[in-house]
Structure formats: C-alpha cells, structure tokens
Design a protein. Sequence first.
Length: 260
Amino acid sequence: MSTPHPPIGLLLREWRQRRRRSQLDLALDAEVSTRHLSYVESGRASPSREMVLRLATQLDVPLRARNTLLLAAGYAPAYREDVAMGGMREAVQMILDAQAPNPALAVDRHWHLVAANAVLPKLLKGIGDPALLAPPANVLRLSLHPAGLAPRIGNFAEWRAHVLERLHRQVEASGDGVLAALLTELRALTAPPMAAPSSPALIPGGLVVPLLLDSPAGRLALLSTTAVFGTPVEVTLSELAIEAFYPADPETAARLRQLS
C-alpha cells in the first residue's frame, strides 16, 4: 500500500518558503496571478500539470521532488529514475579516470560513493575502521570519522567546518531528512588527537579551504571541485556529483604522480 502524498498546495508552499520567496514574487516569475497561486496553496484550486512544472522550475525543485509534486497533484511523474544510469556509468568512470593522477569520485545525493578512479583507494588504504568503506560508503562520514581519514587531515578543524557548512546548506536547500540526520551525526563525532599545525594559507586571501591530507607519498595540499551534469532529465543522474581534487602546489602534484 503506497503512502499518501501531502496535498500539492502544502508541498508548494513548503518549497516556496524554503526558497524564501513571497507569493507575489513567485507568481510574477511564473506568470500566474497571485490569487490563483494563493488558491492552489490553500487547496481551493487544483493546478494543471503545466503549472506544477512551471512553479517547480521557478523554485528550482530537484527532479525527484518534482515527481513527488506531480503525484500529489494527481499526475504521472515526468522524470525517469535509474533508466539512463546503465548507459552513463561507463561515461562517468571515463570522466573519473581522466582526472588521474588526481583523485576523483562520484557521489549520490546522500554522499554515498558511487564510483572512483584508481587513485582514491591509495589514499584510503589502512584507515582505522575498514567498515567505513563498506558499501554504501558515505564519503563525508569517512572524512570526519576519527577512525576514518580525520587523523590524516592536517587542517581538520578548518576542513570539518567547511564540510559541515556545505552539508548544512544542502539540508536548508533540500529539506532532505537523510541529509539532516547525517549532519546531526557528523556534528556529534569526536575530533581526532591534535594534528600538526596547518600550513599557511595556500590561496591568496584565503579564498579556498584546501584539504591537507597525509598520504604514503607525504602531505598533499588538495583543492576540491564539484561538477554536475548540466541538462539531466533523469532523476538519478541529476543527483550525481563528481568530486575531483587537484594539487594546490608543485610538491603535491609531484607526490600525486608518485602515488600513481
């Protein structure tokens, strides 16, 4: 027996408030009357399929949640799920492999490891608790857990603050309960023993937080980047993110080549 969806008006109001948009602001951008939008949110009017998708676009609602909105309004989902990934996995792996000798990985919407290139296992070898690598391995938990990579991170306090702030923003933007639970869990993790002092700011003006990670080849100063697919029309692919780490200095570049 399927779980009934909340009313479409309630869901739309929640997304509008999450995006901090007024009814007037949203109505103008979506080219609908404020009165009609108010009626939809209060349940006094039923939106058309086109209007649901138009409002979802203006509110930047993720594809998975757009399907939920459509179902709540009595319409069939508009976006496929897991259909395209079979043909995309090889392409994703090629993208990751092309980043070598720099480590790169792909994660899903909950930060579970989906794929990685051959460099990443060399950085994860010998962590305190191998269970952290058991599928579905969560890369944020792995990085901040005292039995994971945390003892190897030279600027752990800065990196932890960066990770928690990034995850906090995701929770605020998505309202995802799984991410909210992960944020609570990570905030409660104990810090590892005091690591070596952090290196001076590697980026002029301190504009980027580097990851200072101890490896078999020595300390690595890494800059992280995130890439997503620009025009996905499939749910799982739209939620996939590719994280690549690049050297912040010539010494790190040489050590990554040595690792490879």
